[in-house]
Design a protein around this ligand. Structure first.
Ligand code: SF4
Length: 213
């Protein structure tokens, strides 16, 4: 079901069944029956595909669903997701899309395996082609590894947080995963994270990087 936000924007939840856009229906159907990662699809209760308007100016990209996300079929609804959504609201951002690298929950919330990231990558690519964001906020190393070559474990998030990758299709802001922000309860980290979210809003509005603070 779509809710009109304006003439160009249609809201949908990927979990909803009534679509009017064939591409989305097809993608949703393929993700629901996907068995590329045997360990992840074996006992899965729900795939977690994403949530938000299509198209959307900003995409928040995370790692993989946790227990609450799998139960509800919605991304970022656990404790760290609540922190993220609150801080997004405080940054004045609305009409964003939110999704994960993996659509299925790894057992015991373990980190994604490299082959699982590769398996799920085509779905992410299709989603981004449909959503057409101007800005992607990459939350943590597994989100960032979609844009940075090499082993995700080599990505030092605290060193590169706040940097922006200028890609032909969109800009990618590298920042912390909200669970890191929540765990550390560090005001500096929270302030930096808030700044990175505000940066997303400025970039979406078309501000050139050189004039940003
Ligand atoms: S994580 Fe992605 S590729 Fe792996 S089984 Fe789930 S939908 Fe398929």
């Amino acid at each position: 079901m779509f809710t009109e936000a304006n003439s160009n924007t249609k809201y949908l939840t990927w979990q909803e069944k009534s679509f009017t856009v064939l591409d989305m229906t097809d993608l949703l159907d393929r993700i629901r029956v996907c068995d590329r990662c045997p360990e992840l699809c074996k006992d899965r209760k729900n795939v977690v595909i994403g949530e938000g308007p299509i198209p959307a100016g900003i995409v928040f990209l995370g790692e993989a669903p946790g227990a609450e996300e799998e139960r509800t079929g919605r991304p970022f609804v656990g404790a760290s997701g609540t922190l993220l959504r609150t801080m997004i609201f405080q940054a004045g951002i609305s009409g964003y899309h939110i999704l994960n690298r993996l659509k299925c929950r790894p057992p015991d919330n373990r980190p994604p395996e490299p082959e699982e990231l590769i398996n799920c990558r085509p779905f992410l690519k299709e989603q981004l082609e449909l959503i057409k964001p101007k800005v992607i906020v990459a939350l943590g190393r597994y989100a960032q590894s979609a844009f940075i070559a090499g082993d995700p474990l080599d990505i030092k998030v605290t060193r590169i947080a706040g940097k922006v990758l200028e890609l032909p299709e969109y800009r990618v802001i590298l920042t912390y995963h909200p669970s890191f922000v929540m765990r550390h309860r560090n005001r500096e980290i929270q302030r930096f994270f808030g700044n990175h979210l505000r940066l997303a809003k400025q970039l979406e509005a078309g501000c050139p990087l050189s004039v940003l603070p």
